[in-house]
Design a protein around this ligand. Sequence first.
Ligand code: IMP
Length: 424
Amino acid sequence: MNCCVIGLQWGDEGKGKVVDILAESYDIVVRYSGGANAGHTVVVGGDRFALHLLPSGSVRSNVNCVIANAVVVDPDTLLKEIEGLAERDITLDGRLFISENAHLVLDYHKTEDRLREESLGKNKIGTTIRGIGPCYADKVGRSFALRMSDFKDLSKLKDKLRNIVEYKNKVFAAVYKAEPLSADEIFEKCKLYADKLLGFVTDTTELLHRAIAEGKSVLFEGAQGTLLDLDHGTFPFVTSSNSSSLGMPASCGVPAKMIDEFLGVCKAYTTRVGGGPFPTEQDNETGQYIRDRGHEYGTTTGRPRRCGWFDAVAASYSVTIGAIDCIALMHLDTLSGLKEIKICRAYEIDGKQTCFFPSNITKLSQASPVYETVDGWEEEITEVSDFHKLPAGARNYVMLIEELTGKPATIIGVGPKRGQTIFR
Ligand code: IMP
């Protein structure tokens, strides 16, 4: 059984916890998109792991981990993560495989990301400043791209870096009046990265096909969410990769028809970090209530997340384009204590109601949500492990989400820990 876990909103849906729980039953967990912009939180016992590049399955020492082609790898962050796990006696030796075709995020990408965002002022995208956009731009542009395989020939890498940094410095000086970066310093860091990471580098497409042919089970882990997908999200307020499930086959070289189940992860409400339209946003006391109870602050940047009601129009769109079979509904406990809860079941745009999400932001900005208001529940639910023992308000709310998205919620999150999960 191969499964793909994918976020149905604007990221931060709780995929880390879901993947960590499911990973127990899989041989391999694959991270297939984005880079260190992601922040997947896994809580094991009293320990909290914030993973940016390693698949969330990496905290389980019996699981093999793959970083596939379309991930952009910041070697500095990756090494810190590997070392952080080693300090907790979790080793990745012999079970981490990084695609030789994965592109490298280096200092000049992060500098470019920061300079561009600063120069855009109020028109900025609100990126994580992790160099993601500039790295993917270099990948598409090809001439200045570097991949994991470039660590194999350091003298060639030195020459390539000289050319790249010379070009980048010209742009930084001319456009942003910024200080130049040193190619030599970046090369020295690369020598260290090569030394520590080359042992993990391989052809991950071959590895995955061999494993599947041998009957091994693979869990594909999406980063960010469907609505941040470069082609199908709310462009330009998106990330620079195909973060929906549509990006999985392209990144891994594994066709979608080899996947048995697509599991969509969403929160029982909606959040978004950075700019862009957000029809059900509650920039008020309700939003603050959700932010406080749900600890809605970015794992990667610490920024407060924008919070709002569950948007069934947006979630259904993600279900449709992601071929989602079932849903993991996370953070249900965050909504405890609310007398009434709203759920957006349609948009009104230009006086007409629609249930199909317009990813084009000109249209989306004109959408006003059509809400249904339902009773909330008072009780804390973090210790409930049986769906039927949830308060009636919570059960009805889950069933309404199932009705509106047309998919069963087979996993329900009622707290951050592994055990605080209801399986149906
Ligand atoms: P970038 O991916 O750093 O270029 O940021 C582009 C947009 O995607 C910004 O609005 C970010 O806040 C958002 N974003 C990127 N990664 C994540 C994530 O893991 N969770 C939530 N939002 C993200």
